[in-house]
Design a protein around this ligand. Sequence first.
Ligand code: FCB
Length: 459
Amino acid sequence: MKELRFPEHFLWGAATAAYQIEGAARDDGRAPSIWDTFSRTPGKVYQGHTGDVACDHYYRYADDVALMAELGLRAYRFSVAWPRIQPDGTGPANPRGLDFYDRLTDTLLDRGIDPIVTLYHWDLPQALGDRGGWTNRDTAEHFATYATAVYARLGDRIDVWTTLNEPWCSAYLGYANGVHAPGERDAAAAFTAVHHLLLGHGLAARALRAAGARSVGVTLNPADVRPADPQSAADAAAVRLVDGLHNRIFLDPLLAGGYPDDVREHVSRIVEPTFIRDGDEKLIAAPIDLLGINYYAPSYVAGRPDGAGNDAYPGTEGAVHFLPPAGPLTDMGWMIEPAGLTRLLERIAADYPGVPLLITENGAAFPDKAGADSPDGPAQVIDTDRIAYLDGHLRAAHEAISRGVDLRGYLVWSFLDNFEWAEGYRKRFGIVHVDYLTQRRTPKASARWYQEVISRNGL
Ligand code: FCB
C-alpha cells in the first residue's frame, strides 16, 4: 500500500470520557449523574453494568498517563464529570472534584501530552435531571456556570476547550428513543433538548472566552447519510430529512447563523418551538475555533411512504426506511466504510468553510481474542480487525486532507476498553485491553501499531 505522510504538527492522540473510565462514583464528593441512575434502572444497560468502578482511572490515572506517554500519544481528550465539580449541578465548585482534573492535567503536561477537555460527555448531575434535565432552559445557564468553574482552575494550563460531546446523542437517544439516560421517549422533549444543548454550548463558549480561553469548540457526531438508490428522488428527499435532523439542526445554528427553514418546519409539526427565544441563535452562532468530528459509520436511507422511520429521528415514520447495516460490521453492528469519513469531512469543509476540524473520536469495537492468557490478564491481544479499521479510516482522513480539508488531528476512540453506555462492558473499543477483574492494562497490537504510526507521522 502507498506510504502516507500527515502534515507537520498533525495532532495524534486518544479519547475517553469520565463516566466510561473513572469509577470512584461516590468519592470525594461526587454525586450521582443521570447515568448512575439510568444504569441502575433494570433493563437499561447490558446485565446491569454501571460506571461505579469502570477502569478505576480515578485512582490509576498516573499509570494510565505513563502508558499514553509510552505509546507516544501527543494529545489526550478526556471529559470532566460535572457531578464531581457541582454535585447538585449548581452552587460552589467542589475543590476535591477539581483536584482530580488538576492532578490529571499536570501529569499529562509533565509527560508532554496536550490535554483536550470536553466539559459535557453525558453525565448530567441527577439533581438537574430531576428538574427536567436538558428540557429545562435553566440547565443551559447552569452549564455555563460549571464551565466557568472548571476554566478557573484549569484554564492556565489547558488550551483546547470543547463544550459538548455529541449533542445528537444527548437529545435524541436520551429523550426520543430512550436508549440513553435519562431514557425518555418524547419527541417534543428531544427537540427542546436539542435547542437547550445548543444554548448551553453558546452560553458556555461565551463564558469561556470572557474568561480568556484561547480555543473553544464543540464535538458533533455528524452522519454521512446516503441514499439507498442514488438515482431516486424519493431517496434524496429521505436523505435531506435525516440530514436535517442529524446534521443541519446542529451545524447550521453553530456555523451558519441559525436553524434551517426545512428543519424548523419539520420540528414545528411535532412541537411549537417556543423554546427558541430572541437572541438565542445569535449566541449559538458565535464563531468557534475548532469543530470536533466523531465518525464511526455511514447510514443508508430510502424514501418510502411505508417506511417505519426510526424513533431516534422523530417524524421519519411513514417517510423513511433506514436500511439495515450491510457488509463487514463491527461488534456494535456498525458498517465499516472509511470512504464515509472522507465524504463527511469534505462536505463539512465545503458547506461550513473556515473552521478547522479535529477528529475527536474514531475507532471500533471487536470481540478481541486474547492470546495466551495469564491469570491476571491476556498476554497479548492481536486485534488485526481493529488495526485494519484504523488504517482504513486514517487513509480516508488523509484523502480528505489531500483534497484540501483543514484537518488538524486524529484521536482514536478509545485509549482503554471501557463502559460502552447501554452496552456495558461487553463492547471493547480500546487500543489497550482492560481486565475488569484485576484492572490490568495490556496494550493490544493496535496500540503498538498506532505507536508506530505516530512516530512516523504516517502510514
Ligand atoms: C460515541 C461516544 C463515545 C463512545 C463511542 C463508541 O458516540 O461519544 O462515548 O461511546 O460512541
